[in-house]
Design a protein around this ligand. Sequence first.
Ligand code: GLN
Length: 306
Amino acid sequence: MAGVDYQPLLDEIAAGVRPQIGRGAVASYIPALAGVGIGHFGMAVADIDGQVAGVGDWRRPFSVQSISKIYTLALVLAEGGEDVWRRVGREPSGTPFNSLVQLEYENGIPRNPFINAGSLVVTDRLLSLTGDARGALRTFLRAESCNRGVDFDIAVADSEAEHGHRNAALGHFLADLGNLENDVADVLAHYFSQCALAMSCRDLALATGFLARHGLRGDGSRLLSVREAKQVNGVMLTCGAYDAAGEFAYRVGLPGKSGVGGGIVAVVPGRCTVAVWSPGIDEQGNSVAGVAALDHFTTLTGWSVF
Ligand code: GLN
């Protein structure tokens, strides 16, 4: 809501989560992420009118990882690619974000767009629609975050490509089951780049504003229809925290999307977006201090969707 002073709230949350910072572990299966200090904490709130407030490391870029899955999906829908829903479902998977098992007995249709298999299909669709999924994504995120510095961290993308056997397996499995249109290597390269986007809590809170504004971009133009924005928020609520989506709904009660870099973005429809970062993640891949901060946020404000 315009005019709210978020600063005292953010200061209180930052103090409240201090014992949680440093808990969990930094994702080390992507070697380039292993060196990030576990002690960081940042949080930002962006109002629907574009005002931003933050605390801690809220201006420091980090690897957004799976948070990027929101934006590829939104761009596919914005480009008229609703037919992507014939190739990916909308149900929580209940399995880890990088799991292969459901694909075989579900005919290569990933459960949802926010697990790796589903996002590979969405990225594939964006590649077909735009020819340059990376460019489309970067242009959009730079505009929405009002930050021309938003970019891919090539070292992180290369590191993941080098060690990304599981994602490569998912890509080849999808191709074998007839659910990729483009070359597997191309889809994987775009997927690793999108995951390697470096953005701050400030950037992410602003860039996700279209989901709080029922589909409108920061400049007032329409990205998604009201229905599509509602639908993306719905899928975030049920699938945005992988096999901990139920726990996230229980504790936070907002549409949200996490990434193994320790970031989480959450949406309060009609009001604001919140981004939080702390690199220590739990076994499901969600930031320990980040979930705690969002739990405080919705408890102190009463702004859970419930
Ligand atoms: N790049 C990561 C991977 O594919 C993204 C996963 C995540 O953030 N949950 O494994």
